[in-house]
Design a protein around this ligand. Structure first.
Ligand code: ATP
Ligand code: MG
Length: 357
């Protein structure tokens, strides 16, 4: 086997690979390495000092420089790239000549960002499972006495027809009990495991139903601009759950705008990067003209019970996350205080094939 075979092998690897000589000159680098580092390939890169080629990544250069000093090279280590925030897992190895003298070093690495996200999701899911069971039990116990309070306050209100003050108090009690009941319902909905009724589903029609549902909650002059192109692929999904997902997102957008402004909902065909040719998907973007969020708020919005609203239960987005996860999709948000919020939901065409928990 000649040199060419090894060159092609390195070029085709799905890990980043680079190697350099004792005096710090780059001797080998593959496409995956360029992609992970987000730097363009230049024909003159080979032979140049690594520190120059990777000047945008001093943190990597530091690690490479240490290859010859470190007595025992770490078996596997991780590093966060700036400014992309990508996490790479890497190993360093020494290159020796036939006599055993060190003539260079190599680094073998992989982008772990996605792995990290999956682990994060799994941790969240475990935590939710435990919290969920307890919440379900409590919600269930609270539901009956709550219904009792509402009914009895209603009876009492009829008996005090001639005492408007007492009537007002009772009306308040009923309103509060209704509110508590709504929260209990939401908790139950949130903790119930999702059983998807999977069908070939048009995301566009889920969006349209959601617009209708959410419209009943709008006060003021909010306009919704729905842009749904023809011919989007049907996805394997649960129409009812997807409607719920978009209703929650639209409701938040309306509430954020407090009766003024416009929401733009756009759907488009997309691809999810999976390291090969990509998975077909549908992307839905909701952009509002609300007040946006501070980074501290944005970080917590998907946590159950996180809310900044006096009447909120903080479950809207937790339910959204759960439905997106059940469809094997992803969700992210872009927001700047004062400049509105854009939420992007990506749903793979073949996310789930059958009933899923
Ligand atoms: N479009 C948005 N613009 C600004 N802030 C938002 C937006 N969507 C969500 N938020 C913030 O995220 C928090 C959590 O949202 P989430 O939908 O989970 O709960 P909630 O709306 O407060 O209550 P619930 O939906 O259960 O009635 C909100 O309280 C709000 O602070
Ligand atoms: Mg909400």
């Amino acid at each position: 086997m000649g040199d060419a075979f090894f060159r092609h092998m390195v070029a085709g690897m799905r890990n980043g690979v680079l190697a350099f000589t004792r005096d710090g000159r780059l001797t080998l680098i593959n496409d995956e390495a360029y992609a992970i580092f987000d730097i363009p390939r230049r024909p003159c890169d080979l032979g140049r000092p690594v520190a120059e080629v990777l000047q945008e990544h001093p943190e990597v250069v530091r690690v490479l420089n240490s290859a010859f000093d470190v007595h025992l090279l770490p078996n596997r280590a991780e590093l966060r790239l700036r400014p992309s925030g990508k996490v790479i897992g890497y190993t360093l190895g020494l290159v020796r000549d036939d006599a055993g003298g060190v003539i260079g070093a190599s680094m073998f690495f992989k982008d772990l960002t996605r792995v990290e996200q999956l682990e994060e999701r799994e941790r969240l899911r475990d935590r939710l499972a435990a919290v969920g069971e307890m919440a379900a039990a409590i919600a269930h116990e609270v539901k009956n006495p709550l219904a009792g309070i509402e009914v009895m306050a209603g009876l009492l209100r009829r008996r005090v027809a001639d005492a408007p003050d007492a009537q007002k108090v009772l009306t308040d009690i009923i309103t509060e009990a209704k509110m508590a009941n709504k929260i209990v319902q939401e908790v139950l909905e949130f903790v119930r495991p999702i059983r998807l009724q999977v069908d070939r589903t048009a995301v566009a029609s889920a969006v349209q139903s959601a617009v209708q549902m959410a419209e009943t909650k709008v006060r003021g002059s909010i306009s919704v601009d729905v842009r749904l192109p023809e011919g989007l692929p049907l996805i394997h999904g649960d129409q009812h759950q997807l409607t719920q997902l978009f209703t929650n997102l639209l409701t938040n957008a309306y509430e954020a705008m407090e009766g003024r402004g416009r929401v733009v909902v756009t759907a488009s065909a997309a691809r999810i990067d999976d390291g090969t040719e990509g998975r077909a998907a549908v992307l839905v973007e909701l952009a509002d003209e609300g007040p946006g969020m501070t980074p501290e708020v944005a970080e917590r919005v998907f946590s159950p019970f996180f809310t900044t609203k006096p009447q909120g239960s903080g479950l809207g987005l937790a339910i959204v996350r759960k439905i997106v996860d059940a469809h094997d999709g992803s969700i992210d948000l872009q927001t700047t205080p004062g400049a509105g919020t854009t939420i992007r939901v990506t749903l793979p065409v073949r996310g789930v094939d059958e009933f899923t928990n």
